[in-house]
Design a protein. Structure first.
Length: 412
């Protein structure tokens, strides 16, 4: 599949992922707000723990929540599960398209661990699967009887995993895996526990049995976790656009600090929905955490150029890279890229205000130019997205020269 079709496939899957993610997070936020805002009133039907009146679109809605389940089975029952499943499946497909097939660009970091592509993919799949297993075992252990103790244990567990990801993958790859692990946990909670428990309750009702209250309590605990993990997973999903988050030496600590920051924001809204009170201290704490993140990104501890020099790229060029460097138009193409792109896409960008290479894509060495040939083609040949017209003027003839370089390499 050509780069253009592959890029559109990535775009289409990303669009689906955003659509389904909005549906899942939107319904989740709504039901959390609804559940916390229910009021107990006199004269409610037996088994109803609370009710709420809402208005939307000119209509009034009367909602009631049963503690376990009603004593009768309604003819129509809506299950909220496909939003979660479709979000995870589209996100996993996007992980495969961007990070597995684009491992050399976005997942691997030879300066940390020199892995083959298959090895990185195996670690990715194993990390996501084992992460869910460890999480589930912690929840089912005696720690699960105390929510505060369990949350502390889960926080420590996620910190360790986040640190491990940053030591194995590139910064961008590590951050996307932090988000993917959280998403896997959230979806697995729905698939393996919340929905099955609800189905058991429905089956008991149909059979005339009293449902087991513990099933609802277990599902509620996992829903609580999903509630507080939602905002951190959103941060990781969009972080690949911001190298200052993922491409610094302290990226592992930045990833960890996002967990309490996201949880504090959710706590503010949860309290507001439940009591009507607006606690402002969570926002103050989030502001301090954000300032710490800014500090960590601005002062990475190791100069970027020194780090690059300390870990030179010594791997032998592959067949595609050799073909690109052997093209008759390569010298001119390289000069065009160096002249128009390397001022920003470098270990130490020269353009004012750019502290890290955009998306961590570097074009300041010969090896970087040939390695990123398909990005150059998509951004500067197939489209005119780069370089920004207000920053650098590239002529149509120069774009044609870049096209001739790629075409002359014979890699198509």
């Amino acid at each position: 599949m050509g780069p253009v079709l592959w890029e559109w496939l990535s775009f289409a899957v990303r669009w689906v992922h955003v659509i389904t993610g909005i549906a899942w997070i939107g319904s989740s936020f709504y039901f959390i707000a609804l559940d916390l805002g229910l009021k107990k009133r006199s004269g409610m039907p037996e088994g109803v723990s609370g009710e709420a009146w809402q208005v939307h679109g000119g209509g009034f809605y009367h909602l009631q929540k049963y503690t376990i389940a009603p004593h009768f089975m309604p003819q129509e029952l809506t299950w909220f599960k496909w939003e979660s499943y479709s979000t995870f499946l589209s996100g996993f497909l996007l992980l495969v398209i961007v990070y597995y097939f684009g491992a050399e660009l976005f997942l691997l970091d030879p300066s940390r661990v020199d892995l083959p592509v298959w090895g990185a993919v195996a670690i990715s799949l194993g990390g996501l699967a084992s992460g869910w297993i460890v999480y589930d075992l912690l929840c089912r252990s005696p720690l699960g009887r105390n929510d505060a103790v369990l949350l502390a244990a889960l926080f420590v567990f996620l910190c360790l995993v986040f640190f491990a990801f940053t030591q194995v993958f590139s910064g961008r790859g590590a951050f996307i895996h932090c988000g993917a692990l959280i998403a896997a946990i959230m979806t697995a909670n729905v698939f393996f526990l919340i929905i099955p428990n609800q189905k058991i309750v429905v089956a008991d009702l149909k059979a005339g049995r009293d449902p087991d209250p513990s099933l609802g309590l277990a599902a509620k605990q996992r829903s609580l976790h999903n509630n507080y993990l939602t905002l951190p997973v959103l941060f990781f999903m969009v972080s690949n656009h911001y190298p200052l988050a993922f491409a610094t030496e302290w990226n592992w600590l930045i990833a960890i600090l996002i967990l309490p920051a996201g949880a504090l924001i959710r706590h503010f809204f949860n309290v507001m929905h439940a009591t009507g009170r607006m606690l402002w201290w969570p926002w103050a704490a989030v502001a301090l955490l954000f300032l710490a993140i800014v500090f960590l990104s601005r002062y990475p501890g190791t100069d970027a150029a020194e780090a690059a020099a300390a870990t030179p790229d010594t791997a032998a060029p592959n067949a595609t890279e050799k073909a690109l460097m052997a093209s008759a138009d390569f010298d001119e193409a390289e000069a065009i890229v160096m002249g128009h792109c390397s001022m920003c896409h470098a270990a130490e960008p020269l353009y004012e205000g750019v502290l890290r290479a955009p998306k961590n894509v570097r074009l300041d060495t010969t090896r970087d130019v040939v390695r990123n040939w398909h990005l150059i083609e998509l951004q500067a040949v197939r489209s005119h997205a780069m370089p920004p017209p207000a920053v650098a003027v590239i002529t149509p003839q120069e774009r044609q020269k870049l096209a001739a370089w790629i075409a002359g390499s014979g890699i198509r």
